[in-house]
Write a protein that binds this ligand. Structure first.
Ligand SMILES: Cc1cc2nc3c(=O)[nH]c(=O)nc-3n(C[C@H](O)[C@H](O)[C@H](O)COP(=O)(O)OP(=O)(O)OC[C@H]3O[C@@H](n4cnc5c(N)ncnc54)[C@H](O)[C@@H]3O)c2cc1C
Length: 453
């Protein structure tokens, strides 16, 4: 296993359950990859992900298997806002990833101009539109409902989850529910309305004390495995019984099978000599950089109570921040800090301004924008900045075909070398666990295993 993020750890766990000998090599000093629970104002705060999708079984089941079932906790849900112009406007009720499925709440929200609403309503009467075999999110939504729905609703949601651009992101790879709605009916609104109701229960879950507990439990379970941190894999070459994994610092490791769970650009470097074709495809997957900044305010800083759960900031507004969660509202346990915690994100595909600022200036600018949006009267008392350089893989148009091509090239050039993780078939934690399960299945029983959906 190369990489000790959730994908590598979960793959190691599944393989250990099958009784295989596993070596896990991680470049960083600690395990967990993007999952990092840190501390601010005496409470645990997430620097990276804070929840995982609960409407699919993979991450939830893994937590239960690891004895963490009783510690799964749903975040408080509440109204979400869009910061458009000089004020926060409510995200209209009844939407699928930002695509409105009812016009009345859309009108009431005042998120679109009257002309924008009229254009969106045209979806109901326009003849069928065709957007080719693997269209972008914007191509499909824009043709049916107009540019304002893309810029002010769908890009903040779909683009927000992926730190990407609706103009570039593949609809099939990043917004499956919209793709299904588009396939179901000539009208997007009607197609999305016809979707079967989802299962009940929370959409997302976190863990009491923070997601790092999942990492810690997986690391404990991997105890019998050979886990090497602070060791960077530099290349994979053919070896005596399979493959030779070159490490810095050494020594190298001889293995039968290699599962690369590192970001695709790192895998590309390791495979340059062994499989130039797969390395070329791997290197072509773009990544965006993001910064998260959690700011702790004294309650007296709030001029008015915080309503709802957080806000999204459309790209077209040109602000530094892309989103902000009212963390102490979302996770009431954090109120033990006695502070009001706000977690802002900044940076996305095509916008590296936040990455270019030092921490002090970044916090100053983030606070300035939050003060403007929320009426904060005092600066933060403490802050925590985390930088995720090339942290978000971009599932551009053509992504799924590219991943298929990577797997085909590896099967031909380097059978027994697999890739799994956020760069490939879903970047959320749940999708990473599913890919880990699939990779472990391929290692223990090589042969066709259905790709995760
Ligand atoms: C700010 C942020 C917020 C997010 N929010 C959510 C959320 O709320 N919900 C959700 O489901 N997902 C969220 N995600 C996405 C999710 O956290 C990640 O996609 C997922 O954790 C990635 O797991 P991974 O194991 O595939 O990769 P990683 O976590 O990136 O792990 C890869 C590991 O490989 C190591 N590595 C790299 N190169 C080498 C090398 N040469 N040799 C050895 N090791 C190497 C790295 O050090 C790293 O530890 C978020 C991501 C970020 C950055």
């Amino acid at each position: 296993m190369v990489g000790g993020g959730i994908t590598g750890l979960a793959t190691a766990y599944f393989l250990r359950q099958s009784g295989l000998d596993v070596t896990l090599i991680e470049a960083g000093d600690s395990l967990g990859g993007k999952i990092q629970t840190l501390e601010l104002a005496g409470v645990p705060v997430e620097a990276g992900p804070d929840t995982f999708l609960a409407r699919v079984p993979w991450a939830v089941d893994l937590c239960r298997q690891l004895g963490l079932g009783d510690d799964l906790v749903a975040p408080a849900t509440g109204k979400a806002w869009l910061w458009i112009g000089d004020r926060l406007r409510p995200l209209p009720e009844r939407h699928v990833l930002g695509v409105p499925t009812a016009l009345r709440p859309l009108v009431r929200s005042a998120v679109l101009s009257p002309a924008g609403v009229a254009r969106a309503a045209l979806d109901l009467v326009l003849p069928p539109t065709s957007a080719g075999p693997d269209p972008s999110v914007a191509a499909v939504v824009g043709r049916r409902m107009g540019r304002q729905v893309v810029d002010r609703l769908v890009d903040p949601l779909v683009g927000g989850i992926n730190a990407g651009r609706a103009d570039m992101l593949s609809l099939a790879a990043t917004a499956r529910p919209i793709a299904d709605g588009a396939a179901r009916s000539r009208s997007l609104v009607l197609g999305l309305r016809r979707a079967a109701p989802g299962p009940g229960g929370p959409v997302f879950l976190g863990l009491v004390g923070g997601l790092h507990r999942l990492v810690d439990r997986l690391a404990e379970e991997a105890g019998a495995a050979d886990v090497r941190t602070a060791t960077t894999v530099t290349a994979i070459a053919t070896g005596a019984g399979g493959y030779k994994v070159e490490c810095a610092p050494g020594p190298h490791v001889e293995v039968e099978t290699v599962v690369l769970t590192v970001p695709s650009f790192a895998a590309a470097g390791m495979l340059a000599a062994l499989s130039p074709l797969s390395a070329g495809h791997l290197g072509a997957i773009r990544h965006a950089s993001v910064v998260t900044a959690t700011l702790a305010y004294a309650p007296s800083a709030l001029a008015r109570p915080l309503e709802g759960a957080g806000m999204l900031v459309p790209r077209v507004e040109g602000r530094l921040i892309t989103a902000c969660t009212w963390s102490t509202t979302k996770w009431p346990a954090l109120a033990a800090s006695g502070m009001v915690l706000l977690r802002a994100s900044a940076g996305r595909d095509g916008d590296s301004r936040a990455m270019d600022l030092d921490d002090t200036e970044l916090v100053r600018r983030v606070h300035g924008e939050l003060a403007e949006a929320l009426g904060l009267r005092e600066p933060p008392q403490a802050s925590l900045v985390s930088r995720w350089a090339r942290g978000f893989p971009q599932y551009d148009v053509g992504h799924q075909a590219r991943v298929d091509a990577i797997e085909a090239a590896l099967a031909a050039d380097a059978p027994g070398v697999l890739v799994a993780g956020a760069s490939y078939r879903g970047l959320g934690i749940a999708a990473c666990v599913e890919q880990a399960r699939r990779a472990a299945g391929l290692v223990t029983a090589p042969g066709p295993v259905a790709a995760p959906g």
